[in-house]
Design a protein around this ligand. Sequence first.
Ligand SMILES: [Zn+2]
Length: 246
Amino acid sequence: MLKFDSFYFQCPHCEAWLEGRNLKAEMVNQAILYSDGKVLNDNYITTPQKMILCPSCGHVFWIEHPVEPLITYEKPDAEVYSWNTWRFFGISFSDNKGKLALINHYKTFLKKSHYEPRNEIYLRRFLWWAYNDLHRNHQHVRLKYLLNGFMSFGVWHCNRKMILEGEKLFIKNYKGFTDNLKRLLALLEKHPEEQIDLELPEIYRELRQFDKVKELLEQTGSRTYFTNEMLRHAKWKDARVFMVSG
Ligand SMILES: [Zn+2]
């Protein structure tokens, strides 16, 4: 059974038709939440892609709210670019090259133009997640994950190699990562209405300002599993993105 509802929209420049997808909530088996706010449902990111690079003409445009009349649920009687051809700019994430390509796409978009604060926040948040994708799931390199029987030796070994290589690339690109995060932090502090829950303490943690994490979490009052985990990682002086639940 299909996990998605398809919808269709047109590039405002060349009028090519593109297929969009909404995940059907009732079909989701497993949701994973990471400390940086990225959520995966059955391995698909749930945050909609608002910025689109037309696969036909290269025009960049935004779809802020994918609702009618901008979109239609009826398949048009024309050639349609499938979701995979434009989603994340057509990049494949099966290796670190694809992950680096995504980082470069966002960096280019940010350099090319001036954006409204909420759009710049959106792009910088996705750039942050793209940097973190280089070493997301770092816990999978541990032997425990092989011994738990979650994956075969072949898959574990291959995955481990990719994450360790990704960690090296993350360190190599660390300045770009912190520059983006500092700018995102400044924007979010100026526009609190755009903040996602616990985003600020997490940014401070990833910027290695661990005392600030404690200070902010003490202000929020109520303790949850997520806030306890964040405090624990801050205490260890661990700045890496981690899985909160999944
Ligand atoms: Zn186009």
